[in-house]
Structures are given as structure tokens and as C-alpha cells.
Design a protein around this ligand. Structure first.
Ligand code: LAC
Length: 290
């Protein structure tokens, strides 16, 4: 709905549950007249409808239940994601694929390896959502508009997420210099826990509106060939001293996918934390059946 309202092309919703995507699409289609918008949106239970898509967004799979980590979804969602990735390989190898399903970094890796697309064309949407949440929490804590905040989050979109206070800028000043350590720790913990907090408040299902907004940001970068820095889970091949892993780092994203992976100048503490997160992703990758 966000993509359609933003005028980002023709939207096809696919879901394996009969009628679900059609029903949602019909409901969204009916919104146009009252909104005085025009957009194209259709639904189907036939995944072959992805044929010819320029951008494919994968949200399929189970969401977390209260108390669950994103990583606990690994086995349940792997099979679903693999089947979809094979369909992409077959029917839409030209697409740019944005993975949203959790555990995000692992599912991004699985889509990349199964679809055999170029690593430039498969990204995971996670740390830009975490950065949006971090921004929002900073904005509320300091009573500063979110437009004045440039928050940076890297690492896993999971328990090992790393909101980087030193490299987060508030009106051009490092966040680290603006608030005391105790408050900073709280802000970081709240950011890491934000998704779980929503899951626990809802009781069933996971966050929805902020993820869709963060996704819109990613699709806009592709559609507008923006090539501005945005945090994404991408395949590293030597960057940050890491190989054969998908993990969240800032990238320049445009119409052909990843133009550049930005290597931040991390201090030794940040680097250590980043490598620790990478280790835990690698340990989970070992459980993936590719
Ligand atoms: C979240 C899910 C989308 O962070 O991973 O809310």
C-alpha cells in the first residue's frame, strides 16, 4: 500500500494462502477513489506472477511470537524462503531482491545462495529500520526533530545489532557528546529491543508500519537510482575483513543494486563488537541447509 501510494509502479502481491493476496489487493485497489490516487495493484496465489518484476520484496514466513528471538525462526522460515528464491532464479533473475523475512541476515544469505543472483542485487532490509527506530528514540529523548538526526546502526538485524553512538550525528554533533553514558546505554538497549517490544505488546504478529516505511526508503533508493548511504544487509567479500556472510552495513543503493559498500572507520571497540556479531551470524549460517 505504501509503495502503491508513493507511485512506485505496478504492484503484484503474492501469497500462498488462497484468496489472501487477492483480498488484500482488492481492498487496497478500492482505496483509490476516496484517496483520489491512481495506482496499479493486484493479488495472486500464483508465484509465477513475479515474472518480469524489477523489484521483489520477500516478507513471506512466520513472524515472531512474544518472547522469541528473530534467530529462532531460522528452521521454520528457511524452507519457505528457499522455495521462493528458486522461483526468483527461474522467473525473475533480473530483479533486485529485498529480503524482510527473519532471521534477516541469514535469510538474505539463503536467498542469495539459492537464487544465484549477483550479490549486488540481493539485500536485506533491517538495519535501516533499526536506524529509524534509533532516530525516533533519540528525537524523543532530546526533543530534536528527526530530520536533524543521522543515526547509524550496523551488524545483525537481531540481538547483535549495533547502534553506533559515536558515528550518530545530531545537528552535526556526535550523539556520544550530547548525552551521558547511562542515558545512552538505555537508548541503545531500547533500540535493540524495539521490535521485540512491539511483538510483545501486540501479542500476535510483529511490527508492520515502521518496517513498511523502512522498506519504502529502500525501494525509493532503487527506483530513484539515489545511491545515497543506507544501511542494508549485504554480502561481504573482504570488506571489514569478512567473507561469505550477509550483515548490515551502510551501502550506496541504486537502480542496478549495490553500487558501493561503505567501510566505516570503526574504532577498536566498535570493530570488536562488529566482529562478535559477525561470528554469531556465521555460527547460525552453519545450520542453514543450502
Ligand atoms: C522488526 C522485524 C520486521 O524489526 O524484524 O520489527
Amino acid at each position: 500500500m505504501r509503495l502503491a501510494e508513493a507511485g512506485l509502479g505496478e504492484i503484484m502481491l503474492c501469497d500462498v494462502v488462497k484468496g489472501l493476496a487477492q483480498g488484500k489487493a482488492q481492498d487496497m485497489h478500492d482505496s483509490q477513489a476516496a484517496l483520489k490516487y491512481r495506482y496499479s495493484i493486484e493479488g495472486s496465489d500464483d508465484i509465477s506472477k513475479i515474472q518480469g518484476s524489477q523489484v521483489i520484496i520477500i516478507t513471506a514466513g512466520l513472524a515472531r511470537k512474544p518472547g522469541m528471538t528473530r534467530e529462532e525462526l531460522l528452521q521454520k522460515n528457511s524452507q519457505i524462503i528457499k522455495e521462493i528464491a528458486l522461483q526468483i532464479k527461474d522467473k525473475a533473475p533480473q530483479a533486485i531482491v529485498i529480503v524482510v523475512t527473519n532471521p534477516l541476515d541469514l535469510m538474505t544469505y539463503l536467498v542469495l545462495k539459492t537464487s544465484k543472483l549477483s550479490p549486488k542485487r540481493v539485500v536485506g532490509m533491517g538495519v535501516n529500520l533499526d536506524a529509524a527506530r534509533f532516530t525516533n528514540l533519540i528525537s524523543r529523548e532530546l526533543n530534536i526533530p528527526n530530520t536533524e538526526i543521522n543515526a547509524l546502526v550496523i551488524g545483525a538485524h537481531g540481538e547483535g545489532m549495533l547502534p553506533l553512538a559515536r558515528l550518530t550525528q545530531v545537528k552535526g554533533v556526535s550523539l556520544e557528546e550530547l548525552i551521558d553514558e547511562a542515558k545512552l546505554k538505555k537508548l541503545i538497549a531500547a533500540t535493540v529491543n524495539r521490535g521485540a517490544e512491539v511483538v510483545s505488546l501486540l501479542g500476535s504478529g510483529s511490527a508492520y508500519f515502521a518496517p513498511s516505511a523502512a522498506l519504502l526508503e529502500v525501494v525509493r533508493a532503487v527506483a530513484g537510482n539515489q545511491k545515497r548511504a543506507i544501511g542494508l544487509s549485504v554480502y561481504l567479500n573482504g570488506e571489514y575483513g569478512l567473507k561469505d556472510i550477509c550483515i548490515g552495513v551502510p551501502c550506496l543503493l541504486g537502480k542496478n543494486g549495490i553500487e558501493k559498500i561503505i567501510e566505516l572507520d570503526l574504532n577498536s571497540e566498535e570493530r570488536q563488537a562488529f566482529l562478535k556479531t559477525a561470528d554469531s551470524i556465521k555460527a547460525n549460517l552453519a545450520h542453514l541447509k543450502i
